[in-house]
Design a protein around this ligand. Structure first.
Ligand code: SF4
Length: 67
């Protein structure tokens, strides 16, 4: 996807990071996956996993005498 943001892995609209597949920001293996929330919720699995993990850590840190 040619856009204003230039992904270093994109060459001729292909993703050199994911098997030279057509660039599809947020797809599995994309470096953006898990770092941002996408309008297409099917791309957000990693994002929500990370959020859930961060929440668990935060909850543990908040608990008195937590380990
Ligand atoms: S799919 Fe992601 S990592 Fe691959 S070229 Fe596109 S933006 Fe970059």
């Amino acid at each position: 996807m040619a856009g204003s943001w230039g992904c270093p892995h994109e060459v001729d609209d292909r993703c050199t990071r994911v098997n030279n597949l057509p660039c599809n920001p947020g797809m599995k293996g994309c470096e953006l996956a898990g770092r941002y929330r996408f309008a297409d919720d099917s791309k957000n699995e990693r994002y929500w996993e990370k959020r859930a993990r961060e929440e668990q850590v935060a909850a543990r840190d908040r608990s008195p005498g937590g380990t």
